[in-house]
Design a protein around this ligand. Sequence first.
Ligand SMILES: Cc1cc2nc3c(=O)[nH]c(=O)nc-3n(C[C@H](O)[C@H](O)[C@H](O)COP(=O)(O)O)c2cc1C
Length: 402
Amino acid sequence: MEQRHILVAVTGGIAAYKAPELVRAFVKAGHAVRCVMTRAAAEFVSPMALQTVSGQPVRRELFDAAEEGGIDHIALADWADLVVVAPATAHTIARLAGGLADELVTTLALATRAPLLIAPAMNVNMWRHPATAANVATLTGRGVHWVGPDAGELACGWEGEGRMSDPARIAERAESLLGARDLTGVRLLVTAGGTREPVDAVRYLGNRSSGKMGYAVARQAARRGAEVVLVTGPSGLATPDGVRRVDVGTALEMRDAVLAEFAAADVVVKAAAVADFRPAAASELKIRKEDLADGAGLSLELVRNPDILAEICRDKGKRVVVGFAAESHDVIATARSKIARKGCDLLVANDVSNADSGFDVDHNTVSFVWPAGDVESLPPLSKDEVAGHLLDRVTKLLGDRE
Ligand SMILES: Cc1cc2nc3c(=O)[nH]c(=O)nc-3n(C[C@H](O)[C@H](O)[C@H](O)COP(=O)(O)O)c2cc1C
């Protein structure tokens, strides 16, 4: 099994005595583990026990000059492929929900881009308390993953939900979140964001695409081991770890960049919102309103931009090509005719008429439309989850080609 980086955060509950067993399970599975703990956790399990089983020093303090001089806390957050909080106290869950960052564990949880898996452990009344329930709901809404708590006899003498899940079960859940490195060796080209078509020296025609969907595909593909090139229109989003980024402005630049990278790609995912039209001639100087009478019209002649998706589909060979169709109406019918016309392997149809889904939000409601016209509709999901489903389909298509 491929070695992954797991950051285990131990907090101050009685179940902390099981944390070394969890660390051992990760180490036995071949993963690299680093442990951090809250001050309260050290009342229940010794840092030495965690250090011995992980084979690494255990960090407890945010303000630790010696440790910050080595692998600082941001580097530790970036290092992690997965953060597991086990056991997670009611207190730490509240602090995570509040986005606090005044000690090491919660600061790391805020700073990391890795998925967060929480294994709560507490008295049943603490778990059922509306405050805890509200914190759990908040974190769930942010995409946090949970394992347990299980029901049974609790260390405090009560019966009910509150037991930390067995280390073996937590390890199993962690393994499924880490996911397979099933795209190792695959070269994936993904496009993202909108293009800007110059009107004059200062103005452009653009669209509302934020690039979030394409960046999510790039991030998830890199996590799954792909060699990823991201060709992106202007975007304020950070480049995902391990991804090579090529910045472009206009649709014509996007076309050049895509064609330059295309030959080396095994998979192309075209999530960018490339302008269909551009001004026939952009004025080199700023068009001044003073040159027109009040209320006078100004016409802009538009010409069609090349259809990059259709172009690469013509030469796609054994490559897997996935297109996106953002539509405000007749979504499925339009997507069906688009896939038939262009000849890509899969089309992701995206209904952008809903304000909570589509452009510039973190969620998306999509349908996968296949060449034969069949449709798989997904529920509303985060863009990272949509990317995960999309890459599952890509992996299957690649497998079918071997
Ligand atoms: C003996 C003892 C056992 C405790 N067990 C738990 C527990 O299982 N779960 C929990 O949420 N809090 C438990 N607490 C309370 C936490 O230790 C306390 O809320 C602490 O502030 C948690 O800090 P931390 O979340 O930063 O580790 C326990 C306290 C004591 C004294």
